[in-house]
Design a protein around this ligand. Sequence first.
Ligand code: SF4
Length: 226
Amino acid sequence: MKKPAKPARENISPSDLTFGLSTCKRCLWIKYWHKVIMPLAMPLVGPLSSFQENIFRGVSTLDIDPSLRPGRVTKLGEFVKSKPFIINGETTRWSVVGKYDLVAENEDGTYALIDCKVSDNARDSGDFYSPQLHAYTYAMERPATGTPMAIASMGLLVWKPNRVIGTNAESFGFGVAQSYIPVQRNEQAFISVIADFISVLEGPCPDAGPTCPTCNYLTLRLELED
Ligand code: SF4
């Protein structure tokens, strides 16, 4: 595949460090060099996320989880952009840009980053989302503009739907089990993920993976049309 003189976008999306890296890298490469993005059908994700986020506006961190430092959720859904990544002493063209879910301001002047999920997928662990949360933290601590924020903790706030509540069409809803999953800081591991990611992006277009149902579907379709 042709590689243009310049990528179509140089801002790495935090979610590409989880979902993008869990498949083959070809779709990612095409997204960043050509801005051609595979359409995804996730109609409930947006509404469920905003219900969840809005519930926590102004809430005490200790009501979210007693392990957090005392503070209060003061910021919701704001975009952050980092300075360009420096890998092996060289400044790259790549930065991270993303919109976090919740940030709490702690009483000691530090901040807590909280990422909201509505899910019953066992994959939704701290390890799986660690690069995504590190990416937001990286952007807040090394912002392209403005004052750096000291992030004291990162974690997932998971709502797992587990029952139906209400008695009639006017009151039916889903009940959830809520859990807070702390994610430990490991800057070195994050920089290593970013370095691999950037080296894939700067290289030639990768081959498609053998097990991806989407590419296999497209190959079968193209064979039919020959
Ligand atoms: S196998 Fe094909 S559809 Fe799947 S991630 Fe790779 S390029 Fe994208």
